[in-house]
Design a protein around this ligand. Structure first.
Ligand code: 5GP
Length: 192
């Protein structure tokens, strides 16, 4: 049983890292193994679902028009166009504030620019950067995943190169060279 009761304030946990660094698998295991009352904030995005992705679980998949309308109404804690290809991603306030108030540890999986925006509102957020062993390893993982064209992969690698330079803005960095070790390290960071 966690020592955090529903009367305790919650905690914001922000996790970033290049897509394809094995983040999703790592985080799935983190949710089941950590002693903290973790809950994922489901982001909204205008990008199309990949095969197997579920609306409301992986993302709230919404149209460009709805995204713009909700952005104008101030519903996002942060939102950005990621990868410069016209797709928007954002964290809805409704996914965060009520859960923090209920004592949850709310986990955001967002990019570096989103993290910097969130830190302005929640300067004591716990920030963790999950990185691959190398850009070559990331290229290999993205290529074998087979969900993107070569051009899309090149763009992601370019973003990853830029993001890895910014990784030292995070409180913790976890390298995903061994899945068990990386999960253990994540849980150690959360549970300390
Ligand atoms: P995906 O591979 O799911 O298309 O894209 C993931 C990229 O968008 C990742 O870098 C992820 O961290 C980022 N991302 C996902 N949700 C959000 C969000 O709500 N806000 C921001 N700023 N980035 C997000």
């Amino acid at each position: 049983m966690s020592s955090t009761s529903t009367n305790s304030p919650g905690k914001l946990v922000v996790i970033s890292g290049p897509s394809g660094a094995g983040k999703t698998t790592l985080l799935k295991r983190m949710y089941t193994q950590s002693r903290r009352p973790l809950v994922a904030a489901v982001s909204a995005t205008t990008r199309k679902p990949r095969p197997g992705e579920v609306d409301g679980a992986d993302y709230h998949f919404i149209s460009q028009e709805e995204f713009r309308r909700r952005r104008e109404k101030g519903e996002f804690l942060e939102c950005f166009e990621v990868y410069g290809r016209g797709d928007w991603y954002g964290t809805l306030q409704s996914e965060v504030a009520p859960r923090l108030a209920a004592g949850k540890w709310v986990v955001l999986e967002i990019d570096v620019q989103g993290t910097l925006a969130v830190l302005k509102h929640y300067p004591d957020a716990l920030t963790i950067f999950v990185q691959p062993e190398s850009i070559e390893e990331l290229d290999r993982r993205l290529t074998s995943r087979g969900t993107e064209t070569r051009e899309q992969i090149e763009r992601r690698l370019e973003v990853a190169r830029r993001e890895m330079v910014e990784a030292d803005r995070y409180l913790y960095r976890v390298t995903n060279h061994d899945i068990d070790a990386a999960v253990a390290r994540l849980c150690e960071i959360l549970d300390q």
